[in-house]
Every structure is written in structure tokens, then in C-alpha cells.
Design a protein around this ligand. Sequence first.
Ligand SMILES: [Zn+2]
Length: 413
Amino acid sequence: MSSPVLDRFLRYVRYDTQSDEKSTTTPSTPGQLVFQRDLVAELRALGLDDAGLDDHGYVMATVPATTTKPSVPVIGFIAHVDTSPEMSGALVTPIVHEGYDGRDLVLPDDPSAILRLADTPALAAQIGHDIVTASGATLLGADDKAGVAEIVTAAEYLVAHPEIAHGAVRLAFTPDEEIGRGANHFDVDRFGCRCAYTLDGGSRGEVESESFSADAITLVFHGFNTHPGYAKGRMINAIKLAADFIHRLPPDLAPEATDGYQGFVHPYVQQSGVDRTSIKLIVRDFQTEGLAGKEALVERLARETLAGYPGARVDMTIEEQYRNMRTVLDGHPEVVACAHEAVRRCGLAVVTRAIRGGTDGSRLSFMGLPTPNLFAGEHNFHSRLEWVSRQDMEKAVDVIVALCRVWEERTPL
Ligand SMILES: [Zn+2]
């Protein structure tokens, strides 16, 4: 059975679009540009004449309005083209496991890579569906090529069905989301939308309108180095200061001990030397005000650490990363309400979930473009066990089309 969204997806995952946080170029890797150029050609072939690639590697295009109402807002759909640096995205070989019946899906290139129903509760909702995985050696890239394929397929459908009344619909395909730079060069004015939806979520029916608020902290412990043979009473070992500090962090405030609406403090990189040891931490909380409390705790623990090491010093710098998009979306309740209505119209139950992370939508919302996140069917992100089902991708296409209709219908004549 032919499935335009599946066919597109299988084509897209063969492009190696892995992003690279060590790169200083935009986009960070040339493979993303190769894919973006081909996307522009595909969009133009579908009749989206204004499809284009800008100097920063962002693709934008428009499905022109069909409505006769003059004031239907322009809405946008966004997906990212890059894949995670954490796992190879080169030479991805997608496999379609048709008619999933709960069996183990063994991936041929790595006998230890087995997708099992017992370890993967979300598979229980996929009985009878066609599951797509990679071959075991790479990630699949459903994050977020499922979103790209869904948006392009919905655009194709809208172009083929001019009898569906909708306002102008804008599409954007962005680079470098996985390295946190996806919103950096996003031209919100040029996009020109009242609001947008990223297609970059998990299970059927999910609408995500909350994310973490996020800061990064760098602590630098300064000790004093001297020849260890003659160090008595003089040396101050910054490595020991750092270890002492880490030991003081409350274990119940760690990523490995928290879920749901709990925030955390997470040391993730340390550069060690006797004279100077730096620790990078991330701080996460759903309440932006909650970040300050966690940061004060880190500062207090760092100072308490110093007490045992006369002569030592510590510097602490805090950097804002992103903020809970809910702060913005609460001011535009119609944006999420229309998404809920579209999901229900497609016969799905709405699942609201707070993202324990950030999306490009978190940053875009604060740049003036309210942007919640919709399901794209992605599972096991950044893993060789990543998978998506054909049926979920088809539902996501239906939701995009329904959302365009809902916005039109809700606009008065
Ligand atoms: Zn993603």
C-alpha cells in the first residue's frame, strides 16, 4: 500500500544530516545543506513557488491561502533537518517491519540491537502497524525527518485539495536543532506567522506546550600548584575542591532521580587540574523562579566547599539557555486550543505532556512566535533503537491539515 509520507520519510533518512557542535559554521555541517537544497526543489515541484534556502541554511515556503475570509491568520509548521551528534546518521538503512504483532524486532547490523515490546511500552499501541527502524548501526533520524516528511506531505495534500479552506500556511525547515542553535538565525519577521507548531514529538495525540526553563552554570575552582615534593602547607588542589563540591550536591536533585515536574542540577563536564578545575552544570526547572533557588544552592555549596581550603577561590557564571514556553503560550490560549481541537478531530485523545528539555519552540516563543510542539511519532530518540510507525506519521499529516481548517473555521467572516 502506498503511503506518501512513508515514501518521503524513507527517502529523507538516507541523507546524512548529523549536526556538529564543534563546528562554527551555519549550518554546522554541509550534509544539511545538501538535504535542504533537495527539499527546496521538491517543494517547488509541488507548486510552492516561493520555496527558498536562505544564507543560514533555513528553508521556508508558503502554501497560499484558499479561504475567502480576509483575516485568517497565517500559521506555520516547523521541523528540523539535522540529526543528533550522539549517534551516527551516515548510511542509514531504514527497514519497514510490516504488520507488527509484538515480536522482537532484531536489527541485522547489530545482534544486540533488539527492539522489544517488554522494554518499550509505547509499542503496545502499535500492534498491526508498520514500524520503521534503522539497521542497528545508526540512528534512524525520525527525529526529525518524520516531522519534515509529515509537513511536506500535508503541504502536498493541501495543494491537491484547493476545496479545503485555509489561510496561508508557512513551512520552515531548520538546521542545527540538536546542538541548540536551531532558532539562532530563524527570521521570525520573514516567516510572518501568528503562531507555529513544531512537529518533533512522540506518541500519537501529544501536544506539548510546556518545556523546562534552563540555565547553565560554570564553576571555576582556583587552587595553588607547586612541586608535590615541596608542597606541604602550600599546595591547594583544585581537583579535590571540585570533588568535594560534587559530593555535596543533593542526590535527589539529579536527573537520574527526578521526573515529571521536578527540576534538577546536573554537572556534565569537568576539566581538571591542580591549579584550576572547572565544572559545567545545567540547571532545569519548570518554574523560571525555581532556577534562582537552585543556583543559590550551587553557590552556597561552592562557598561551603572553600571553607575547608584556605586560600582557594571559586568563580561562578550563569548563562541563560531557554525559558518555559508556557509563559508565552498562556498569553495566546487559542494556539494550543486549536491544536487540541485538530487532534480530537482526527479521532485521537489529546495527551498533554511537559517536555523535560527544550525545543526550538521554547526559544521561538520568546522571539515572538508562539510555538507548541506536536507529535511526529518519534521514539527512542538519538538511539540505534529509534523507531516510528507509518500509521503515526499518517495521523500527524491529518492533524496538520485539520489544524489549518480549524484556524480558518474559527476566524469570523
Ligand atoms: Zn528533534
